[in-house]
Design a protein around this ligand. Structure first.
Ligand SMILES: [Zn+2]
Length: 394
């Protein structure tokens, strides 16, 4: 990789090299190798790989604080379904790079690495700028970014997830809730001798479907939807089951927490039966490619950075200068912004090449022209942020 970047960064070459490594969550080691090699060749003066395997590269004066962090994740979702070409070829055809992860989000990650490297190579950085290639975003949005934020303490964050080159300043949160319904098993020939957990669960789903969802002024009306139902034991032959578990996906607004969401659900279920229902946040076990095991509760806070914030204004002026729309909008999916902005309150915006509707689909691809525009925006922002007082509340 070293010789390829002597004349600056080639975002197409880097995107292809990243796409060709594939890598689902927890298997990002070969992608991390490519990222480190590219950062080294491009003049990042410090490259840190943390315990979870996130790779963070830094440029700018060594003693200055990190003013801005650009984040892009290295993992992809599986390339399932029938593709018209090898999903990990990184073929370039018709002005598009093809393959799993081109849009979500090896292309945006490559653009961030190139944009920041170009800012350091061609401009005069008065401050430190970092790029994180983070792990496992597809399964633990936000949590993997924690060690990056702890280690480098950036003043502000750019989420580089695909936004079709539009500015994003907000994102709904997500809390995944398990509702356990306890029944009293009995012989199916005499159901009156027990309590049927399936019938209780049916009444619970109707009560939760009727719940009035709050409306967030920026993020719109919230959503509560069941995504799983499972009874135990399964199969339950000639017997009422002892338990039914329901999984709910609740999209949340700014200020809502897992606790307020669970309180609302408990209050709706108590009139059906005061003791049959227990409610908890769902959690799963994961392992990083570096061998760290951890448990992740699916509790991803919403966030919103005000339009008047100096970071937003700085991005808008870069976009206007480069002929792009400064109109702010919101992401429709969860991102690592849930950690940066939602949990830590760091000024955060989203901007990336690639259409969100191209993420996770068969025959995913990204436009080379969009990648090059993103490099220009990231470069301009990395330079401009030096003159911005991020702490000043707009
Ligand atoms: Zn993504």
């Amino acid at each position: 990789m070293a010789n390829r970047f002597e004349q600056g960064c080639d975002v197409v070459t880097l995107t292809r090299a990243l796409v060709q490594q594939g890598a689902m969550a927890g298997q990002e080691a070969p992608v991390a190798d490519v990222v480190r090699a590219a950062m080294q060749a491009l003049g990042f003066d410090k490259i840190v790989t943390d315990d979870l395997g996130n790779v963070t590269g830094l440029v700018g004066p060594r003693d200055a604080p990190v003013k801005l962090l650009f984040d892009g994740h290295m993992d992809v979702v599986p390339a399932s379904g029938l593709w018209s070409r090898d999903p990990f070829s990184g073929d370039v055809q018709g002005g598009q790079i093809h393959g799993r992860g081109t849009t979500d989000m090896k292309g945006p990650l490559a653009a961030a690495i190139c944009g920041v490297a170009e800012a350091a190579r061609t401009g005069d950085l008065s401050h430190r700028v970092a790029v994180s290639a983070s792990v496992m975003e597809e399964v633990i949005e936000g949590a993997a970014l924690s060690p990056v934020l702890d280690t480098h303490a950036p003043e502000a964050v750019v989420i580089c997830e695909p936004s079709d080159l539009e500015l994003k300043i907000a994102q709904r949160g997500c809390v995944e809730v398990l509702v356990h319904v306890a029944g009293i098993p009995a012989h199916a020939a005499f159901p009156e001798r027990g309590v049927n957990a399936i019938e209780l669960a049916a009444r619970a789903t109707l009560a939760l479907a009727a719940l009035e969802m709050p409306t967030d002024p920026v993020l719109g009306k919230m959503v509560l939807v069941p995504t799983d139902i499972i009874s135990a034991p399964y199969p339950s032959i000639s017997a009422l089951p002892s338990k039914v578990s329901l999984r709910y996906d609740r999209r949340t607004g700014v200020g809502e927490t897992a606790e307020t969401v669970m309180q609302q659900i408990r209050a709706a279920l108590a009139p059906i039966d005061p003791v049959a229902f227990t409610v908890e946040v769902s959690a799963s076990d994961y392992q990083s490619y570096t061998g760290i095991s951890f448990r992740f509760p699916r509790d991803l806070p919403a966030w919103h950075t005000p339009e008047t914030h100096p970071l937003v204004r700085a991005v808008q002026s870069c976009l206007t200068d480069l002929g792009l729309s400064p109109q702010p909008g919101r992401y429709e999916f969860c991102t690592n912004g849930s950690e940066a902005a939602g949990r830590r309150g760091l000024p955060t915006i989203g901007f990336g090449p690639g259409r969100p509707s191209d993420a996770h689909i068969i025959d995913e691809s990204i436009s080379v022209a969009a990648l090059e525009q993103a490099v220009a925006v990231y470069r301009a922002l990395a330079l401009r942020i030096g003159a911005v007082d991020i702490a000043r509340v707009g």
